[in-house]
Design a protein around this ligand. Sequence first.
Ligand SMILES: [Zn+2]
Length: 411
Amino acid sequence: MLPNLTIDSRRLWEMLMETARIGGTPKGGIRRLTLSDEDRRVRDWFRAECEALGCTVHVDTAGNMIAIRPGKDNARKPIAMGSHLDTQPTGGKFDGVLGVLAGLEAMKTLHQAGYETQSPIALINWTNEEGARFSPSMVGSAVYAGALTQAQMDACKDRDGVTQGEALDAIGYRGTVAPGAIGFAAYFELHIEQGPVLEEEGRTIGIVNGVQAIKWFTGQITGRESHAGTTPMTYRRDALSAFAEAVVAMRQIALDHAPGMATVGIVSAEPGSPNIVPGTVKFTLDTRHPSNEVLGEMVAKIRTAFEEAATRHKGVADIQPLQDSPAQPFDATCVAMVRQAAEKIGVSARELTSGAGHDAMYTARVCPSAMIFVPCAEGLSHNETESATQDDCAAGAQVLLEAVLAYDARG
Ligand SMILES: [Zn+2]
């Protein structure tokens, strides 16, 4: 028999607003880059809150924080909840933060009721989910799942040349636990949808059945620098013109493979002088599709588009893989528990596939996992004006708690 425990909607909302001040921006968002001083401050806050509930907070060598509330049978693996407290440089108040704080609210609800679960319950704050300061993204969960090594994580540099390992040491969050050493029976992650579907359909809960395939690349087109006033147009080896043509082609390729997506998010033309034809263009490329196979075809065509555009301008294109996440289906049992939880609390729900990568994508490689989405206004995320309602956040937290309790009752 499952207990009837209700999370405190207002307490959750107040925690969201309180922690939003750590790195809060004038436009109402958060700038809390991974392993920054703001990240350290929110980690300190998180640790203190968890310890006040009687949890033991473990920190692994990747800086992942794992708070564990004991159960009746501590020989069992913990049932985990979690997400991330780092944000984009101009991030919102909900991306990642909601999943961690909803887990904390669930812990508070258990604590207040004095309810003892069979299994221990874990709550995780993953390191560097966003990938904004150190690329790639989802680093903490990737190291946890063995998809990246600790050495690979440590070696990444930010734009100032600081390595991720140095930054982790500097904020005092390099723990001693080996990543992956604390295994989980299951992992549930609540997150805002970051897309428009739930809001458009007037639904409260997204039952996430998996994450689409994502491939990241770094690219460079090399032409030749020359004088902008003396080099006739037909003599140029203009890397930026080649790049522009390739990006137009790339967009059409993605449209032709709907719902595929392709994005150049970072671009720099060098040497960067008003009167020099750019000789080099460096860029990033993000491609996505629910099917591994279709994504492979899309990427092959995009590569060709860059190569052909470079050739037209007497240059060369070089595209190197940066990150490769195959489509990751979630565990059927965990997904069913999310569905049943939404039914139990009587909110409108639908199944969907996540368009964004999440830490649950990596946990799904090593333990049964699922995600819960709640709507965000206009589907907007990675934006300071990102917003979600108190009621929807509370419904998401309640579904999270119900799913964890249902998994616990399963034995
Ligand atoms: Zn996130």
